[in-house]
Design a protein around this ligand. Sequence first.
Ligand code: ITT
Length: 201
Amino acid sequence: MDVVVATRNNGKMKEIVAFDIPSVIFTSLDAYPEIGEIEETGATFAENALIKARYVCAVSGLPALADDSGLVIDALHGEPGVYSARYGNCATDDDRCRLVLSKMIDVPCDKRTARFICVMALVFPDGKEYIEEGICHGFIATQPAGDNGFGYDPIFYLPDFDKTMAQLPLSVKNTISHRAKALQKVKNLLQLIVRQESSEQ
Ligand code: ITT
């Protein structure tokens, strides 16, 4: 089954492809230059994921998978949340990480709780729609560490590993992350659909 992933974020795409779902071939929006920026006008991750998946499914005529995700920090009242990609109008991931650290300079370790949330929407040309979610809990570090991953990974500290997400190899991130948890559910769903389709043929 061919599935278009409604993303231009290479970090996400790498993790989705590496998850390896048998019988499913993922293509990113790089193969669809005619699809421009999709405005994320929703108030929630689920709304934004559906906006992206519905649009890409309609334009491509193929099943579309969208990932809307972000970092939710308790001490910042849920910021950056759905605005994670454009937080503070910063130009780079490094700047966004620095902005978070500067806002949390006086927050003690035990109050630095945070979670990554990933909501995936899967939309089919026949109108069927599915939503899956994954959450990964951790803490905001006091300084960045690690070069792997993308986004806020260098400041997302995982006590079980005593490392930031950016210090873990992709193979480990892809077993514990918010995206991996959502993808496991998407995988189960897609495998069921592929089995149903082949039994109907
Ligand atoms: P697309 O809409 O094209 O998929 P995007 O980066 O704009 O790309 P989102 O609107 O879903 O996607 O914003 C997600 C942001 O949340 C992302 O840019 C990162 O800043 C952050 N984020 C999400 N997952 C992350 C992860 O696994 N590690 C680090 N940061 C992550």
